[in-house]
Design a protein around this ligand. Structure first.
Ligand code: NAD
Ligand code: WQD
Length: 367
């Protein structure tokens, strides 16, 4: 069967999904987005079009609704790949309303897989997370973290990612076994479980970036709010960790590198038919919270105020990727620096004080 290069992107108006839609369009894929706009805005479609001259097709669709998903697959029989981002993602909130997290993240993926099965769509790339490793410092010889590190999520959000990884793995393996038994091509069933470390940054144009609705939770969006005066100072969660400066270590990866990881993973599934594989998408370089304050302050051009407070519950000392497997198997490596991520984030923040709730900066539209 000739490959159609048409991709369904769930959660495609969100932060990582929108950048991946852009990367796919730039790589000559046709992109169909489904998203219920729970945490995003349709304005991002205009921004994608401004950057690359092409517009993804958008459907307002809740992934937990199988009938609505069926309608999208029925309308686009050429879809032969899915990249699945749609999910709830706030770790703290997942402890307060875990059933909602299971309903959307696990139930939504179940609905998606069933609908894909009915429409003979056999390749899926899934947004997993470094959070599936939990506290990897339990295994000191596994820092930086390789994919074979034992999994052990420590919060309901992480449990949903762990459960979905298992569900996709079981499904793809069963489909392969069944196809083999029936003399059909088993190699058509494939899944990439991409374990992201900490996504950072924005588009260098300054017109696409992360636009969290409500109160942000992650370090960089919070630092950006300090820089524009929406927040008095950054609260640093603990300086008593066993690191060079006492603050916790993470692997911050530029959004453009992360999204390129999706196009290469998809190409890998289509060309090499590996079955199910898990790949870390990180840089392999750890940065402390103080490193990040310094790097972002440099991009902004002034020191940003902070105050050290106690550790945040559930935080761990070090989550740094060993990205060797993605490098050797997918030919993928992060190329952007932390400095670029900070500069791009600052350009986006300065240009779009109201995020996507405003028109794009005029000079961009008039170019
Ligand atoms: P995001 O919130 O910006 O994007 C998620 C998108 O899914 C949003 O546009 C939202 O409207 C949509 N959505 C939510 N529920 C839906 C539903 N029921 N039906 C249809 N659409 C729905 O988040 P993001 O940062 O872009 O994350 C994308 C994926 O990557 C998520 O699966 C997340 O768990 C995963 N991930 C994110 C990070 C991170 O730090 N941002 C790290 C690791 C993994
Ligand atoms: C980074 C560092 C904080 C805020 C989370 C999820 C993970 C993944 C990515 C989805 C930590 C410190 C933060 C602040 C701070 N998401 N910090 N003050 O916790 O590594 O990962 O997002 O899959 O699953 O857990 O990211 O950006 O929240 O924190 O000192 O106000 O910054 O303690 O060391 P985290 P983060």
């Amino acid at each position: 069967m000739a490959a159609s290069k048409t991709v369904l992107v769930t959660g495609g108006t969100g932060y990582i999904g929108s950048f991946t839609a852009l990367a796919l369009l730039q790589a000559d894929y046709k992109v169909i987005i489904v998203d219920n706009l729970y945490n995003s805005s349709q304005e991002v479609l205009n921004r994608i079009e401004l950057i690359c001259g092409k517009r993804p097709e958008y459907h307002n669709c809740d992934i937990t609704n199988e009938k609505d998903l069926d309608a999208v697959f029925d309308k686009h029989p050429d879809i032969d790949n899915v990249i699945h981002f749609a999910a709830l993602k706030a770790v703290g909130e997942s402890g307060e309303i875990p059933l909602e997290y299971y309903r959307v993240n696990v139930g939504g993926t179940l609905a998606l897989l069933r609908s894909m099965q009915r429409h003979d769509v056999t390749n899926i790339v899934f947004s997993s997370s470094a959070t599936v490793y939990g506290d990897a410092t339990r295994f000191p010889d596994m820092i930086p973290i390789p994919e074979e590190c034992p999994l052990g999520p420590t919060n309901p959000y992480g449990n949903t990612k762990y459960t979905v990884e298992a569900m996709i793995t079981d499904h793809v393996n069963a489909e392969r076994t069944k196809a083999k038994k029936e003399g059909r091509d088993e190699k058509q069933f494939n899944a990439a479980l991409l374990r992201y470390f900490n996504p950072a940054g924005s588009h260098p144009s300054g017109i696409m970036g992360e636009d969290p609705q409500g109160v942000p939770y992650n370090l960089l969006p919070l630092l950006a709010q300090v820089a524009v005066g929406k927040r008095e100072k950054l609260l640093v969660y603990g300086d008593d960790y066993d690191s060079k400066d006492g603050t916790a270590i993470r692997d911050y990866i530029h959004i453009l590198d992360l999204t390129r990881g999706h196009t290469v993973a998809l190409d890998h599934l289509r060309e090499h038919h590996p079955g199910v594989g898990a790949w870390n998408l990180g840089t392999g370089k750890g940065s402390t919270v103080f490193d990040m304050i310094k790097a972002f302050s440099k991009a902004v051009g002034r020191d940003l105020p902070y105050e050290v407070v106690g550790r945040r519950q559930g935080d761990v000392l070090n989550l740094t990727a060993n990205p060797t497997k993605a490098n050797s198997e997918l030919g993928w490596k992060a190329r952007h620096t932390l400095e670029q991520a900070c500069e791009d984030l600052w350009r986006w923040t300065e240009n779009n004080p109201r995020g996507y709730r405003q028109d794009p900066p005029r000079e961009f539209v008039e170019r």
